[in-house]
Design a protein. Structure first.
Length: 220
């Protein structure tokens, strides 16, 4: 009986030691991650009316009868940036990271006099999303990681417009969006420095990619 009891005690200690070793092992993995990426700007532009839809179309129609809408003024080419994203994440388990993401899409468009070609004004827009995020890794290898994730937060449009004929120079901030990103599939390749590619839907784009860096904090 004493031998059996001793066996169970030793077995329990062995299991506890193995569990501690397992916990300690994943805690030796990088705990911090900084990531920079670019993606398509489709969803932010749809939200702000840059493609003729969304609340900003209504906003501009109701704001004022601006002179550049008259027949002697025409709109120049509209420049739209890709969605630029910066993320920070902290590993809370081997398979789970939490953090925050900031995404930016900018547009710029000049207005010109139809006869002289002189610039009559401009319209700038910056769609910014600030989103807490969670990422789940479902394949962890030394150099390759597969993952999915979700980010949900606040989106707003900060812009400005200027008219040379009237000297009107106005800035605005519209907080009228939910910033979100659903990452259905992502892959990272590398160790400390890595590249990544994602498929999803949201403020970061349907297709996005970039690079990142993993590291551990200073030990006390």
């Amino acid at each position: 009986m004493k031998k059996l009891a001793l066996f169970f005690v030793l077995a329990s200690l062995s299991v506890a030691a193995m569990a501690q070793d397992t916990i300690a092992a994943w805690k030796q993995l990088p705990r911090h991650e900084i990531q920079v990426g670019i993606g398509d700007p489709l969803l932010p532009c749809l939200f702000t009316g840059e493609f003729g839809l969304g609340y900003q179309t209504f906003f501009w129609e109701q704001s004022s009868a601006r002179e550049w809408f008259y027949s002697d003024v025409y709109s120049g080419t509209k420049f739209i940036s890709p969605a630029i994203t910066v993320s920070y994440r902290y590993r809370v388990a081997k398979w789970c990271w939490v953090g925050a993401t900031v995404s930016l899409v900018s547009t710029h468009q000049n207005m010109y006099d139809r006869i002289s070609g002189e610039r009559m004004g401009f319209n700038n827009s910056n769609v910014i999303s600030i989103m807490p995020s969670v990422m789940f890794t479902w394949l962890n290898r030394k150099y390759v990681t597969f993952y999915s994730g979700l980010s949900v937060g606040l989106g707003f449009d900060a812009g400005s417009y200027f008219e040379t004929s009237t000297g009107m120079n106005q800035r605005y901030i519209l907080v009228d969006m939910i910033g979100f990103q659903l990452t259905t599939f992502g892959v990272k390749a590398g160790k400390k420095w890595y590249g990544f590619a994602e498929l999803g839907f949201g403020m970061q784009g349907i297709i996005s990619g970039g690079f990142g860096y993993r590291f551990n904090g200073k030990r006390k």
